[in-house]
Ligand binder design. Sequence first.
Ligand SMILES: Cc1cc2nc3c(=O)[nH]c(=O)nc-3n(C[C@H](O)[C@H](O)[C@H](O)COP(=O)(O)OP(=O)(O)OC[C@H]3O[C@@H](n4cnc5c(N)ncnc54)[C@H](O)[C@@H]3O)c2cc1C
Length: 570
Amino acid sequence: MRELRAEALVIGGGAAGTYAALCLHRQGVAPLVISKGLVGKSGASIFAGNLVISGRVLGNTEENARDTAEFLIKYHNQFLIDQEYAKRCGQWIAEVYYPELEEAGLYLRRDDAGNVVTSPGRLRSVAANVQGNSGVPFMDLRRKQLIRAGIPMLEEVVVTALLQAESGEVCGVLALDIASGEIFCVRAKAVVLATGYADRLHRRSTGTREMSADGIALGWRAGAELVNLEMQWWHTNDVRYPANWQRMQVYPNPMLGSWKSARNVNAKGEVFFDQQEDDPLAFGPYTVQLKRLVKQVREGKARYDGDYYSGFDHVDPAEVDAYTTYAKLFKQLGLDVGRDLVETAVSAHYRQGGLLVDPATMASTVPGLFVAGGVGGHSNGLIALVTYDGKVAADSVAQHVRDRPYASLPPHKAEEEAKRLQGLLKPGATPPVRVKKMIRELMWNDMGVEKNEAGMRRALEGLQEIRAAVLPAMGVTNLTKIMNHGWLDAIDAVNMVEACELMVHSALNRTESRGPFIRTDYPEMDNESWLAQNILVPTADGGFRFEKRPYATPYFQPEFVRKDNLAVQW
Ligand SMILES: Cc1cc2nc3c(=O)[nH]c(=O)nc-3n(C[C@H](O)[C@H](O)[C@H](O)COP(=O)(O)OP(=O)(O)OC[C@H]3O[C@@H](n4cnc5c(N)ncnc54)[C@H](O)[C@@H]3O)c2cc1C
């Protein structure tokens, strides 16, 4: 088997992975980026609509800066975040991130007078070119920066296992080149896992095709502790039909250069969410909207998979068109943005949880394995935040690799993993794509917006049955190794079962409701018991146990101990 070498290996070509690679390169460490999709064009990063302004930049007042920090901690993470990390991150975004991006040539949208256009209000944001499309120019820039720096990238290559030395230290990976079918290893002094969080694990999801919770499965198999896996975020305003538009969003955020934003209307034509009146602080008011939707669903006026509507029929279309892409999808659907509403539905969006890391270093609990971005369980992300993680991970890796020799790859482990992959390239009764669909249906039905113990136990049984009976019978019709997406689906399906089981276990263990995590059998948010990390610790017998670790709340505190989650604004 061919073996490559890289001082530091970065897995993932999104905002976090690309910035980690750039920072490593600047520090004289030679990185290699491996990405399952194209670098800068796969994962969630290209979908970012706009960029939040933190600190005092671009005319932010002290109050704006405070509101933004409060939004991040309260509305965006429901207090499940290290507030010192949030503070450091906010400072870095203000002092380094924006100046560096502008210097590198990212165009932040200006008005005719040359001033950067922002959304007004308590939380302000900017856009790269147009709101709704910021991720594309941003990630194009990152791709070009990597190319210019001569950082090697292996694209359409999937990492399927972390390889560990006898000591347990991660010293490389095994990977499959999707285009050629070659299985090879990479030896590295440190690995940065940056595989993102928007995984496609539910019937409706904002995740892209290649996002199958690989990072969670890889980390878990290597013995990493996981945290808050149950904290799944939902988009409430995504287009219901056509189905392949399920991540196309009717953005509810305030528009650039306007005080207006999209409203939600139920099946009876009643407005049930209007940000201007209902929630001026929540810049991304997804959880606030979700809670409103839950009430509509319970009253029979909407469903999670449709029968409610979103749009800008209360806004002058010129205002929508000025600085946003929001009207485009209406046009493409043959609708009039100034008059029509579009039917919307819920999609599984971010996962707040992931690998447990020390947010000061982005080190995981496995030596040699560092984490950047959405796959970590330390924050719910946002493009600027995951970029900061890339910098922190790179700083730690640069220290870690200094004067460190390459550890030898354990040959039998690489062979075992190669054999496992080859074993999935076989004929069988059930096509992998059907298995993925079964998993997504099951997750949607019993691990959807509203959950309870009975449903989650059913989900667990279903997943265990898939693991025991369906995975062994899974097989592909085409046995070629070249560009075989059936084979890749089979590899994905194994990871999905693994990650989904862990998510259900974690959800069963968090006996409360919190923001987007809604349990009908535990409807209260419980800050006495559960303002805490819900940690899955792997045990020597191949099982797991839970640990709970409270979060400190030095700057912002919840204003109650226990309260009906649906009655909490955030
Ligand atoms: C629809 C949508 C709208 C959003 N809007 C905004 C917004 O307006 N503002 C904002 O700040 N943020 C927004 N976000 C969030 C933001 O995009 C994320 O925080 C950020 O992109 C996460 O970056 P990441 O690098 O961690 O992961 P990703 O960008 O998801 O990158 C993951 C990378 O890992 C690779 N990968 C996965 N598995 C493997 C494997 N096994 N082997 C090798 N490579 C692998 C993928 O190919 C991909 O390159 C939005 C996200 C979505 C989905």
